[in-house]
Design a protein. Structure first.
Length: 99
């Protein structure tokens, strides 16, 4: 929870940072990974998050599906979902949250 230095206590909100984003894995300005490398990188991060009982967050844009340039990456998204199930992660999406 973020800390409020004026009142010397935590705010009553949870701040959950983004850990992985599809574009960062692919883009030449960032990591420029192959799909295989991207999935392995994500798995290593997930293992570390799981080891510390943390929260793993991923942003996979809907524009990354069904386009020729992203075709090889569809299996990566599917692989992340499967790996999260195998690792005992609880999978949530915005529709499953009561906001």
């Amino acid at each position: 929870k973020p800390y409020d230095f004026k009142t010397n206590r935590e705010y009553n909100i949870w701040e959950i940072p983004l850990i992985v984003m599809d574009g960062t894995l692919v883009d030449d300005k960032y990591m420029s990974l192959t799909p295989k490398e991207g999935l392995e990188k994500i798995k290593k991060i997930m293992d570390k998050v799981g080891r510390y009982n943390g929260v793993f967050t991923i942003l996979w844009h809907n524009s990354s599906f069904y386009t020729d340039e992203w075709r090889d990456w569809e299996s990566v998204c599917e692989g992340v979902i499967e790996y999260s199930k195998e690792g005992g992660f609880e999978v949530l999406n915005l529709e499953s949250l009561s906001l």
